[in-house]
Design a protein around this ligand. Sequence first.
Ligand code: SIN
Ligand code: MN
Length: 204
Amino acid sequence: MEPVSQIGFRLAPAALDAAAQEALLAQVLEKVAAAPFYRPVTPGGKPMSVEMTNFGPLGWVTDAGGYRYQPTHPVTGAAWPDIPEVLLRLWAELADPEIPPDACLVNLYRDGAKMGLHQDRDEADFSFPVLSVSLGDTALFRIGGTSRRDPTTSVRLASGDVCLLAGPARLARHGIDRIIAGSSRLIPGGGRINLTLRRAGPVA
Ligand code: SIN
Ligand code: MN
């Protein structure tokens, strides 16, 4: 893992090799058949450019009712599919060896999709890191500090890269400025899939 300018932000470039990326993508697409991507709306009613679904006991959702975690898909009403085993292993290795994640947000970025700067703060316990895996087209990820006034840095996230928001960077503001279309051939139809693992609920 290489530290970048923000203490607590850690990047593991190419943590997943090409074969591991293909294998993970196949599992993701199989699970997405049961829990399809949908386009969420912000609490203010604006459709997001990113499509989303989730794996695990809890899924992050947004709609007119606000940001929250819930156990079921908002469109199908079904429980979310299980988190792929390889992601649970990555979490145990890089984030927490004992307590597993209970939420995996799956973001799909196609044609011009992006994500504004925000903090991940809907979880019960910020002592657990946020672990994110990138598949497909390279993203220009932006990360700053906890205050809007803090300077930001741009980091390229390529397919197979894994990054961690931990410790002092757990509540760092971050977002996706843009995706470099055509930079990877991994995802059928193009674009990028990001898998974000979190411990959302309290530890019993
Ligand atoms: C997120 O913050 O939910 C996603 C970040 C990413 O797509 O890398
Ligand atoms: Mn986030």
